[in-house]
Design a protein around this ligand. Structure first.
Ligand code: PEP
Ligand code: MN
Length: 343
């Protein structure tokens, strides 16, 4: 429920509304806007209280109107927060006019591999370096990542290049170490519905990219973000990375690009796109990167590797450093065409 105050409502009118809501054991949050303030009720309102509460609040001084929010997510919704959220990490802003490119290897394999990728990201206008240290692999026998050693290399590469860094957190036991070494956390597709992990990441207040699970609806994805926001962590970025395909013959997943404008209409959070995991084949990554920007994505998350043929993880979908350079040279025109820009 949202209580829209009059433009000339006083501070004490607003406080009286918040106090009245709290007498019902409900949590209210003041949401100052450009012209007027709104008060949002973030707790679930018992159905039998809804109508009576609407009437009560509607009659209070300074109240313009009361709207019932029907969506399950609140803090993540545009109704609660009409203006775009911009997540800024060390001077890099995701969700503004500039399209932000995050790139790097799927898994951190060595200092040489990571640095070679990082330098190319930096030199070609990328702003964020990605690299997995804890890898969620389908097979327990596949390379699981370098763990803490990988985190140290990521931090080193971030410091050497000035790039912001992102890495996946799979287990809340690793959270402190990851926060110490990386600027942004990544909740992987497989963990989108790991609610204790989302809650821990929310409590940490550390910026986070939340990938959409391959079987998750858009509402389930926004509810995952709600878990993070509900803990007071507003630094959340949504990432579409492909949903389960009809068949896997030609692409690994199906990139649901319609999810970009939909998520941006339903939510104020920035939305980025990972074309690499969606396609599973580097040949299609360039086309889908351009399509993502055209669809309104605020950024891209792309896998690159100095030698994709020898990658320990996701080599088939990783762009070579040359292909990445070419892609970065082409994205600016696409961004311009949709009134965005690329550094
Ligand atoms: C990754 O980014 O390397 C990754 C494992 O992605 P996803 O969670 O989307 O599969
Ligand atoms: Mn990967």
């Amino acid at each position: 429920m949202i209580v829209a105050m009059n433009a000339d409502a006083s501070r004490s009118d607003i406080e009286a509304v918040i106090d009245r809501i709290s007498t019902y054991d409900l949590k209210a949050q003041s949401m100052p806007g450009g012209e007027r303030t709104a008060v949002g009720i973030v707790s679930a309102i018992p159905p039998d209280l809804r109508d009576a509460l609407t009437v009560t609040l509607q009659g209070m001084p300074g109240v313009d109107h009361v709207t019932q929010v029907t969506r399950a997510y609140k803090r993540a919704s545009r109704e609660f927060h009409p203006t775009d959220t911009i997540v800024t990490v060390k001077g890099v802003s995701v969700g503004g006019r500039e399209v932000i490119v995050a790139a790097g290897p799927c898994a951190i394999e060595s200092r040489e591999q990571l640095m070679a990728a990082a330098e190319v990201v930096k030199a070609n206008g990328g702003k964020i370096l990605r690299g997995g240290a804890f890898k969620p692999r389908t097979s327990p026998y596949a390379f699981q990542g370098l763990g803490l050693e990988g985190l140290k290399l990521l931090k080193e590469a971030g410091e050497a290049t000035g790039l912001v860094t992102v890495t996946e957190v799979m287990d809340d036991h690793d959270l402190d170490a990851i926060i110490e070494h990386a600027d942004i956390l990544q909740i992987g597709a497989r963990n989108m519905q790991n609610y204790p992990l989302l809650t821990a990441v929310g409590k940490s207040k550390h910026p986070v990219i939340i990938k959409r699970g391959p079987s998750a609806t858009i509402d389930e994805w926004l509810l995952a973000a709600e878990y993070v926001l509900a803990q007071g962590n507003g630094n959340a970025i949504l990432c579409e990375r492909g949903v389960h395909p009809l068949d896997r013959q030609h692409t690994r997943y199906t990139l649901d690009l319609s999810a970009v404008p939909v998520a941006k209409a339903l939510s104020h959070l920035p939305v980025i796109v990972d074309p690499s995991h969606a396609c599973g084949n580097w040949r299609y990554v360039s086309a889908m990167s351009k399509a993502a920007i055209s669809a309104g994505a605020d950024g891209l998350l792309v896998e690159i590797h100095p030698n994709p043929g020898s990658a320990l993880c996701d080599g088939a979908q990783s762009l070579s450093l040359d292909s990445f350079r070419t892609l970065m040279g082409e994205l600016g025109t696409v961004a311009d065409a949709v009134d965005r820009c690329l550094d």
